[in-house]
Design a protein around this ligand. Structure first.
Ligand code: DX5
Ligand code: ZN
Length: 226
């Protein structure tokens, strides 16, 4: 059964020259998802990986692929990512013209629908549409690069979103992305996140199994304290 709290290593921080091995290693380390960061050099000031890489990964892993589209004009590309093997797709609220329509489209394609918000974007840009979504992604760094410092204001957003989802009785995942590591994962869990993206926090460590195991322990402890 799918866990309520899920660890999603971001392969942006993996060794791209040995990507297949890296995937096998995080699978053995008991990761729940593979977070796949797509950047277009317009929505964010960086360019990363795209459809051909996702397609190749689909062939070597059974883990769900969690595509995070940091791109302009996302409507144009969601279908090709789902067809390439993405199980969930996050599109940014800042560039999504019609969130309910986008969610419907993703569901029709057979994928989970998620909307992301940047650090400067208010939760009100996404909360009114929560009933259409499977997940809300809260950015805790300015998107574009791995290895940045966690922006603490994201904690307030997590609390606001979790409170509102609970109030409305909605089962929507809250994914936190950016600067999440062992040192702050308990705090992030206590604020309401349940899907934890971590790039350098996992790939920057020598033992992926140990760090993921320790992350789960800290999450469980924070759950007990809620
Ligand atoms: C940032 C990406 C993140 C990034 C996270 O634009 O969306 O997924 O890879 O990396 P860390 O965990 O190193 O901040
Ligand atoms: Zn991401």
């Amino acid at each position: 059964m799918e866990r309520a709290d899920r660890i999603a290593p971001s392969i942006l921080s993996a060794d791209f020259a040995r990507l297949g091995e890296e995937i096998a290693k995080i699978e053995r380390a008991d990761a729940d998802l593979i977070h796949f960061d797509v950047m277009d050099g317009h929505f964010v000031p960086n360019i990363s990986i795209g459809v051909p890489v996702l397609e190749s990964l689909r062939k070597v892993t059974r883990l769900p692929l969690d595509a995070h589209l940091m791109i302009d004009n996302p409507e144009k590309y969601v279908e090709v990512f789902v067809k390439a093997g993405a199980n969930s797709v996050s599109v940014h609220a800042e560039v999504c013209r019609d969130i309910p329509a986008l969610a419907r489209r993703l569901h029709d394609l057979g994928a989970r629908a998620s909307i992301g918000i940047n650090p400067e974007t208010d939760v009100d840009r996404v909360l009114p549409f929560a009933g259409h979504l499977d997940m809300i992604l809260v950015m805790s760094v300015h998107p574009g690069f791995g290895g940045q410092e966690f922006i603490p204001e994201a904690l307030g957003k997590l609390r606001a979103i979790r409170t509102e989802l609970d109030r409305r009785g909605l089962k929507v995942d809250i994914e936190i992305d950016g600067g999440v590591k062992l040192a702050n994962i308990a705090e992030v869990k206590a604020a309401g996140a349940n899907v934890f993206v971590s790039g350098t926090g996992i790939f920057g460590e020598p033992d992926y199994t140990a760090v993921i195991r320790e992350m789960r322990q800290r999450i469980a402890l924070a759950e007990g304290q809620r």
